[in-house]
Ligand binder design. Structure first.
Ligand code: GAP
Length: 445
């Protein structure tokens, strides 16, 4: 994980936030490549969930919702973690995760393990961030930053049913920021207090819930394989009844083998009719499906839920590679081309050659209208290749002496390092075809 954090920072993917003020623990800002990569993750998810299907529509609900939403959902009463304070080192720990925590004075020990540790009794700590709406902090102005995007979908169920004229099975997808005042954030982007969730609520006839639950586990697992995560690093783990959330009739985690061990990448839950029933009761608005022949029922909900942050860490970890090439160490991100922040680099072999620069710039201008491409003419060509390898650029087009003679360029493949020659006029079509090819990581399991 240290190597990923250091590369992310060095190459401008992710910076610690508020650094000039000393930082704010486990909060991050995204640089240019981080933004491009997040855009790709979001776009690929949206394609798979909405664009490529005709049974799922999109929504973008508010972050601050009516406070009653969070009473109905169970978050005000139950979205808590048990917390203990240490009176000696003044640190806070999750009482149920002491095994994974380090003592503030002796990091090699767990809290409670040394005679100095003086832990309080566990108390429940609500993870929602509170705020006030309006100018005055008075009774009735208390509100919350949403801890999940899902509730913004449930409260719009009726709108979508009527206006988008949908009938179960159908889904509503949402991408947006969620906030949780995690007691122990950490492991880079894995557990942060502000993250971008991608959730889809799929409303189904109750009798079909189990079938759709299994379907979505499979769909989501295949999505990760399609975008290059190694099968050996992915597994599905079904929760036992004691582990499930209050709303869940069945939950499976798609886990990835992160450097911290097998951990939840995405959750797929069968939420039953819990949410629509609760919101019907609390809002006095019936949230149900009524068919043309009068049949009525409260649909069950199947929910795949993930954050862009967890996907980003998994993609970076899976892609990171070091190898020796021509007696020099090369660091390379073997990212799926549709996830890589930059798809291709255009490089004049000699940055001081006006002719090469002219040709390279005009190719760059042609490609950049459609794709995320970069132009670079500074420094030795080897150094420029290495820089592109580190940000995961799958292909580099190089303009050299021969280009000036016959209008061909070389294309260098990031993974195999193979080079082939192409007519300069065919580069755009070549790139578009290359993007559509199946991609598998050359990394061994
Ligand atoms: N609506 C259901 C829900 O929010 P969850 O298991 O609490 O369920 C779903 O969260 C997904 O959101 C997780 O699988 C993970 O990908 C992501 N997630 C949750 N908390 C996170 C955090 N503190 N930092 C980054 N991602 C987080």
């Amino acid at each position: 994980m240290d190597k990923i954090v250091s590369l992310s920072r060095r190459r401008g993917f992710v910076f610690p936030s508020s650094e000039i003020y000393g930082g704010l623990g486990s909060t991050f800002d995204y640089g240019h490549y981080g933004v491009l990569m997040k855009n790709n993750i979001r776009a690929r998810w949206f394609e798979a969930m909405v664009q490529d299907r005709d049974d799922i529509v999109a929504i973008d609900s508010a972050i601050i919702l009516h406070p009653r939403v969070w009473e109905a959902s169970g978050h005000v009463g139950g979205f808590t973690d048990p917390l203990v304070d240490c009176r000696t080192c003044k640190l806070r720990f999750r009482a149920d995760k002491l095994e994974d925590s380090s003592c503030g004075r002796k990091p090699s020990k767990r809290p409670g393990e040394t005679p100095d540790c003086d832990l309080t009794e566990p108390r429940q700590f609500n993870l929602m961030f509170e705020t006030t709406v309006g100018a005055l902090q008075e009774e009735g102005s208390r509100a919350f930053l949403r801890p999940e995007t899902a509730q913004g979908i449930f409260i719009n169920f009726k709108n979508v049913l009527q206006i988008a004229r949908r009938k179960p099975p159908f889904g509503i997808a949402q991408v947006g920021k969620s906030f949780r005042n995690e007691i122990t954030p950490g492991n880079f982007l894995f557990r942060v207090r502000e993250f971008e969730q991608m959730e889809m609520e799929y409303f189904v006839p109750p009798a079909e819930a189990e079938e759709w639950y299994r379907y979505w586990i499979e769909e989501r697992l295949n999505w990760y394989l399609q975008y290059g995560l190694r099968g050996s690093r992915l597994r599905v783990r079904e929760h036992g009844p004691e582990e499930r959330s209050h709303y869940s009739q069945g939950t499976s985690d798609i886990e990835y083998l992160y450097p911290i061990g097998w951990s939840e990448l995405e959750g797929v839950a069968n939420r039953g009719d819990f949410d629509l029933t609760q919101h019907s009761e609390y809002s006095a608005t019936k949230l149900e499906y009524v068919g043309p022949d009068g049949e009525r029922y409260v649909p069950y909900v199947i929910e795949p839920a993930v954050s862009i942050e967890r996907i980003m860490v998994a993609l970076l970890v899976d892609a990171y590679d070091e190898e020796i090439v021509a007696e020099r160490e090369r660091t390379v991100l073997r990212l799926h081309p549709k996830m890589a922040p930059v798809i291709a680099a255009v490089l004049p072999l000699i940055g001081k050659s006006d002719n090469m620069v002219g040709k390279a710039r005009s190719l760059y201008e042609e490609l950049r209208r459609r794709h995320s491409v970069e132009y670079d003419d500074s420094g030795a060509i080897g150094r420029r290749y290495r820089r592109q390898d580190e940000i995961g650029t799958p292909w580099a087009f190089t303009i050299d002496e021969q280009t000036l003679a016959d209008d061909t360029v070389t294309v260098r493949d990031r993974d195999s390092l193979a080079q082939e020659r192409l007519p300069i006029g065919g580069v755009r079509a070549w790139l578009e075809q290359a993007l559509e090819r199946d991609w598998r990581t050359p990394k061994q399991d």
